[in-house]
Design a binder for this molecule. Structure first.
Ligand code: ADP
Ligand code: ADP
Length: 224
C-alpha cells in the first residue's frame, strides 16, 4: 500500500534549516494497522502530511499503491488524496457551517457521485456510526465523541483504501476514545489500511506494528 524510501524533509526559515525527516524508509502492507509514535517535534506530523499528499518531501520516494506520488503536481495530488485517502484529525476538523449529513457528504460531492447514491451512502454510514439521530445538528451542537464519529463517517464514506489518523483520540475521554479505536479496528478488519499517529501507548497496542521516530529518524520498528 505504502512504500517510502529515504524520505527527507527540511524546512528553511530565514537562515535556520530544520531537518524534520532524515532518511526515513518503511513499507505498510495492504490491510495493516500501523502506529507512529515519538516525542513532540520528532517529525510525526510532517510524515503524515507527506503520506497524505498535503506536502512534498524535499527528497526521497513515495509509492502509494504502485504509483510514485512524491512529486505530483498540485491538481494530481489533490485528486489522489480525495479519491484514495480518508483523514481523521485530533480536532475533528468538521465544517462549522455544515450540518452532520452535509459534512459527511462532502467527499462524495468532490468525486461527482450522483445525488441519490450520495444520500444513500450518507444514511448508511450515519447509521453505522450511530449518529443518524443528529443528522441535522451542527458540529457545535455535538459532544466530542459524536464529532469524531462524524469525522470518521466523512473519512470512510467513499470507501478509501487508506485512512490516515492524527491523534484520533487526543481530545476524547477514555470511553469515547475506546469507541473511536473500536471503529478504526473494525474498519481495519474489513480491509482498510490505517496509519495512525498517537501518543497513547494503549492505542498503539491496538495497531499491528509501531514505528518510533526520534529527531526525524526511525529508531524502532516492531510487531506488537
Ligand atoms: P511532531 O508532529 O512529531 O511534533 P513535526 O513534524 O510537527 O513533529 O515537526 C518536526 C520538526 O520540523 C520540528 O522541529 C518542527 O519545528 C519542524 N517544522 C515542522 N513544520 C515546520 C514548518 N512548516 N516550518 C518550519 N519548521 C517546521
Ligand atoms: P456522548 O457520550 O454520546 O458522546 P455526551 O454525553 O457528551 O455524548 O452528550 C450528551 C448529549 O448532549 C449528546 O447527545 C449531545 O447531542 C448533547 N450535547 C453535548 N454537548 C453539547 C453542546 N455543546 N450543545 C448542545 N448539545 C450538546
Amino acid at each position: 500500500m505504502i512504500k517510502v524510501e529515504n524520505l527527507c524533509k527540511s524546512f528553511r526559515t530565514e537562515d535556520v534549516e530544520t531537518i524534520a525527516l532524515n532518511n526515513v524508509s518503511f513499507t505498510v502492507e495492504d490491510g495493516e494497522f500501523v502506529a507512529i509514535m515519538g516525542p513532540s517535534g520528532c517529525g510525526k506530523s510532517t510524515l503524515l502530511n507527506i503520506l497524505g499528499l498535503l506536502d512534498n518531501p524535499t527528497s526521497g520516494k513515495y509509492f502509494l499503491g504502485n504509483h510514485e506520488v512524491a512529486n505530483l503536481k498540485e491538481k494530481e495530488r489533490t485528486d489522489v488524496r480525495k479519491g484514495e485517502i480518508g483523514f481523521v484529525f485530533q480536532s475533528f476538523n468538521l465544517i462549522d457551517e455544515l450540518n452532520v449529513e452535509e459534512n459527511i457528504e462532502l467527499p462524495l460531492t468532490y468525486l461527482n457521485i450522483p445525488k441519490a447514491e450520495r444520500k444513500a451512502k450518507v444514511q448508511a454510514i450515519m447509521k453505522r456510526m450511530a449518529i443518524s439521530h443528529r443528522a441535522k445538528h451542527f458540529p457545535h451542537q455535538l459532544s466530542g465523541g459524536q464529532q469524531q464519529r462524524v469525522a470518521i463517517a466523512r473519512a470512510v464514506v467513499f470507501s478509501p483504501k487508506l485512512i490516515l489518523a492524527d491523534e484520533p483520540t487526543g481530545n476524547l475521554d477514555s470511553k469515547n476514545g475506546a469507541e473511536v479505536m473500536h471503529l478504526l479496528t473494525e474498519l481495519n478488519h474489513e480491509g482498510t489500511t490505517i496509519v495512525m499517529v498517537t501518543h497513547n501507548e494503549h492505542d498503539a497496542k491496538i495497531a499491528h506494528r509501531t514505528i518510533r521516530l526520534f529527531d526525524g529518524q526511525i529508531v524502532e520498528e516492531g510487531n506488537q
